[in-house]
Design a protein around this ligand. Structure first.
Ligand SMILES: NC(=O)c1ccc[n+]([C@@H]2O[C@H](COP(=O)([O-])OP(=O)(O)OC[C@H]3O[C@@H](n4cnc5c(N)ncnc54)[C@H](OP(=O)(O)O)[C@@H]3O)[C@@H](O)[C@H]2O)c1
Length: 313
């Protein structure tokens, strides 16, 4: 990408899209296009075609999707499947037809089988059954990956696919129904502190381990891949490090400054015991994460405190 290339970021009001825009602008890219959903509905092919014909983007990052936690995924499979298919089936073909030079499609590590070998290698894709609670979302993402690979194979369109691990950071979804683990815990622990509670309950045993990547590191990796990777194979983006949910909760309690007790509700499910990516492929390309978990949580918490009254619901 040149500093004056026309770069389109889909989903720029979200966690990932906003980080990509922030990173591009901070690096001196001057022609970043990032319309809101109100300005451009990405599931509407006519609107998208007109926009692309007019603005002529050269590079496209697809960070728009219907994204949610376990509850939303499990209760709205129709919307997770249809909305994600619509967005990617609109953006990928129109990018090709309108002469985009290169496209990066964001999947997720949810695409991997529920019981695959840990750390998860890219080769685990389609090697076993998916986690049932987010199957609809994962199938839409796998279809997006396969569409990018098909365009590359059949028409030589330079569409690449990155699979981020669990993300967190500024602009995350802190709502009580749609949040992921870090913003969800942060909000509950902040509320416990404000209400002077002595105890809160958390789901499961706290023993499962998970991997978390600060979203600005993901944005950096996306720009790195856009600049330096043209392969057809998917690439994991993570840290390769894992932490137990109990230790993560302790870290957030310390940073929030709440000294109450966590009661682990062992009648609730734990989910898979361990989930961490193998990031050797990305490392071998020359990229490494920069922000450690403690620093990332500190930055996210400070963003949340500043925006507590205007977070999305
Ligand atoms: N968050 C994670 O932990 C995580 C982990 C792995 C992979 N990913 C992937 O990263 C990508 C972005 O996720 P995210 O966490 O940034 O999600 P997010 O915060 O919910 O952002 C998604 C964005 O897409 C926009 N969008 C959805 N439907 C649209 C439509 N029809 N037209 C226009 N805009 C639309 C949303 O617009 P509104 O603001 O108007 O709703 C929002 O800005 C997704 O592909 C996701 O699978 C995320």
């Amino acid at each position: 990408m040149n500093k004056d290339s026309a770069i389109f970021v889909a989903g720029a009001r979200g966690l990932v899209g906003s980080a990509i825009v922030r990173r591009l602008q901070a690096s001196g890219y001057t022609n970043v296009l990032y319309p809101s959903r109100q300005e451009l509905d990405l599931s509407d092919a006519d609107q998208v075609k007109k926009y692309f014909e007019g603005m002529k983007p050269e590079y496209v990052f697809i960070a728009a999707a219907k994204v949610g936690g376990i509850l939303a995924n499990n209760t709205q499979p129709v919307e997770f499947l249809l909305e994600n298919l619509k967005i990617q089936n609109t953006l990928i073909p129109i990018s090709y037809e309108c002469g985009v030079k290169k496209l990066l499609f964001l999947g997720s590590t949810c695409i991997y089988p529920k019981f695959c070998e840990q750390p998860i290698k890219e080769s685990a894709l389609l090697s076993g059954p998916l986690e049932p609670t987010n199957e609809a979302y994962a199938i839409a993402k796998i279809a997006g990956i396969k569409l990018c690979q098909a365009y590359k194979k059949e028409y030589g369109f330079n569409a690449i696919c990155a699979q981020p691990t669990n993300l967190y950071g500024p602009n995350d979804n802190f709502s009580s129904t749609g949040s992921h683990v870090i913003p969800g815990l942060m909000r509950r622990i902040m509320e416990a502190k404000e209400a002077k509670l002595e105890k809160i309950a958390c789901w499961g045993t706290g023993t499962p381990t998970r991997e978390f990547l600060f979203v600005d590191d993901l944005a950096d990796a996306c720009i790195f891949l856009m600049d330096s990777y043209d392969g057809i194979d998917i690439v994991n983006v993570g840290t390769g490090d894992e932490i137990s949910i109990a230790d993560l909760t302790k870290l957030i309690c310390e940073q929030v400054g709440w000294e109450g007790e966590i009661e682990w509700d062992t009648s609730k499910p734990d989910g898979t015991p361990r989930k961490v990516c193998d990031i050797s492929k990305l490392k071998s390309l020359g990229w490494n994460p920069k922000v450690d978990l403690a620093k990332g949580i500190e930055l996210t918490l400070s963003w949340f405190k500043e925006h507590q009254n205007s977070i999305r619901t």
